[in-house]
Ligand binder design. Structure first.
Ligand SMILES: Cc1ncc(COP(=O)(O)O)c(C=O)c1O
Length: 295
């Protein structure tokens, strides 16, 4: 693979826009040595961010949790992200942002006063193919063996990487994770179930990432009077659910139709999913309408 294919050509590193081939980071960066850093992925449609502010607020919360000082004000993040997208030709893209504590002698305690490393790259937004919404995906149940601070969007992702790998090795698209008998999320997405027309959503505690898409889904459900409960969801409820959904910035909201090779509900995308899918598409269209009116 050439570096050209790794991401769109221009990246951002510590104040500079430069070709990916010229972006160099010290091997002593604590992000490389310890996974001591945080990240975000923000989807943009025709150059328009889907909830950029919410993503940047979550980035701030992740930095607060690790006591990494945010090097930029929110307006500076926004203008730099916009400039990076423009330099890469705009369009439908996902912007990846990573902030690490910086470079230091290898030692566990985080030293004070380091200069944070800020890296951003842009990738074409690979939203799922239409047949995924029409046919759904197949998942495996796995024990959630990640750490207990899953609400932090940390770059230390090995737990998630191994779970995703295990699901793919078994021929499944994704893993549905359970901790102590209760649904948490997927390796890189949130999960909700539907039973008797009610959307069942695991609470946003330390065991899951508070997904921006998840929050948007909950907001759209409330706005459209779709019944919803935020509470712990037991493994046996998931197995007997009528519908199961997976959500993230790159997947949007998609139906899971098979869990451990057994159908969820009818084994087809369900009616509540179809309603939510429509609300999500309408929301995306409203974004472009707002921006078209502003231009
Ligand atoms: C563990 C985990 N849960 C949920 C999500 C979904 O978050 P978002 O909707 O903000 O993309 C992600 C996204 O990367 C994730 O890594």
């Amino acid at each position: 693979m050439t570096t050209q294919q790794l991401c769109l050509p221009t990246v951002y590193l510590n104040g500079n826009f430069l070709p990916i081939e010229e972006a160099k980071i010290s091997p002593l960066d604590r992000g490389f040595i310890f996974g001591d850093g945080v990240y975000e992925v923000i989807p943009f449609y025709a150059g328009r961010g889907l909830r950029m502010r919410e993503h940047l607020r979550r980035l701030q919360r992740s930095m607060n949790e690790l006591a990494i000082e945010n090097p930029y004000a929110i307006e500076h993040w926004e203008s730099t992200i916009t400039a990076l997208i423009e330099r890469n030709g705009g369009g439908n893209v996902g912007v990846y942002i990573q902030v690490t504590r910086g470079v230091a002698k290898r030692d566990f305690p985080p030293p004070k006063g380091l200069t944070q490393t800020v890296f951003m790259m842009v990738n074409p937004l690979a939203t799922p193919k239409p047949e995924i919404y029409a046919k759904g995906i197949s998942c495996i149940s796995l024990d959630d063996n990640r750490w207990l601070k899953c609400h932090i969007k940390s770059v230390a992702l090995l737990g998630a990487v191994l779970l995703k790998h295990e699901s793919n090795q078994g021929g499944f698209d994704e893993a549905v994770l359970f901790r102590d008998g209760y649904l948490t999320e997927s390796s890189a997405s949130n999960i909700a179930a539907v039973k008797s027309g009610i959307i069942l959503c695991p609470p946003m505690d330390n065991l899951i990432l508070p997904g921006i898409t998840y929050e948007l889904m909950i907001e759209l459900a409330r706005k459209n009077s779709m019944p919803l409960e935020i509470r712990r969801v037991a493994r046996k409820e998931v197995k007997k659910a009528d519908e199961l959904w997976i959500m993230s910035s790159t997947k949007e909201v998609a139906p899971i139709v098979l869990l451990d090779d057994k159908p969820i509900g009818t084994g087809q995308p369900g009616p509540v999913f179809k309603q939510m899918y429509q609300h999500f598409q309408d929301y995306k269209r409203s974004l472009s309408a707002v921006s078209a009116a502003a231009e």
